[in-house]
Design a protein around this ligand. Sequence first.
Ligand code: AP5
Length: 211
Amino acid sequence: MIAILLGPPGAGKGTQGELIAARLGVPKVATGDVLRAAVRDGTEQGLAAKAYMDRGDLVPDDVILGIMKEVLASPEAANGAILDGVVRTVPQAEGLTMMLAELGRKVDKFLLFDVAENELVMRLGGRTVCEKCQTPYRGLEPGTDCEKCGGTLVRRKDDEPESIRNRLRVYQAQTEPVIEWAKEKKMEVVKIDATGAVEEITDRAMKALGE
Ligand code: AP5
């Protein structure tokens, strides 16, 4: 099963991706997490990506497709993967489907997480994430210990109001066209109401995946 989680910043892709992947027994791959780890480790890729990410702009498509090439070749992804935040542009969607076709695989479904904009802004304004394992939290202050790995919770730089506004604009301009692209290619896009209790949303997503 290869499922792509689509949706604006703060829609809960990271939160749900982890839970859906655990229920299916496949890895969750989040390009945002891969890039933040590269920034933290000060790698060449991280240094190149940092300015884009801090502003809330997209990192160039070739960097993302390079990451995905490595991921898809790894044995962990042999039985499928939940892709969180990949793809975000039509060229990424085209590149990924081509890569998968070469491997005799395909995208099984797009899950589109739907949340009203005022709720998104509220969620991102109150979010902290673990700097080590990147688990997102709400209602916990920076400096708190991560319940999962003991790392320290921090605020993401791109959760500043100006970056949030830019990320929402970038989503509308560059990522929403992926939805039309997928429909034109007769790929299945299922819209999910992503408001309410986290577990209920996971149930909706599993149902949409036919599980
Ligand atoms: P990325 O890390 O993917 O950020 P994003 O898409 O903006 O999404 P977020 O992580 O902000 O939100 P989310 O939908 O995962 O929500 P979450 O579960 O955390 O990407 C960051 C940057 O990396 C990009 O801006 C770009 O620069 C770069 N990048 C990454 N991928 C790229 C690509 N493919 N191409 C180009 N550039 C790329 O939830 C949000 C908050 O809400 C949390 O506090 C959570 O606890 C809370 N919450 C979750 N569910 C609920 C609920 N049901 N009710 C109430 N609160 C909830």
